[in-house]
Ligand binder design. Sequence first.
Ligand code: DGP
Length: 115
Amino acid sequence: MPDTRSCLFCQIARGEIPAKIVVNNKEMIAFRDINPQAPTHILIVPKKHIGSLDDLTDSDLVGRMMTLAAALARQEGIAKTGYRTVINTGKDGGQSVDHLHVHLLGGRHMTWPPG
Ligand code: DGP
């Protein structure tokens, strides 16, 4: 069993740690990244604790996370110019918070390949 008491994103989802929240519904919370890498940088997080993409069993959940990311991109006014969605997984993937999340980044031109 994961220790959701000490999980940072579980604590944000429970309202125990403040965040700039943009969506808070039954299943998900979305809030602005504390260290934004683009003018828009929002994290889309399921309230249920899932450690990473590698722990995912509900395949529809990521579809709903991506659908919310697209809706937020439209809301942020970056849908027409474009944006990037990223899921970092594990050490080599650059994941630093062990709770599944999608990064929504936009408002500037992105380069490829990522670092
Ligand atoms: P990742 O490296 O993919 O696991 O992304 C974790 C992101 O979480 C990273 O971009 C910074 C962000 N983050 C870390 N701590 C906090 C926090 O306390 N509040 C908010 N809003 N974002 C955080």
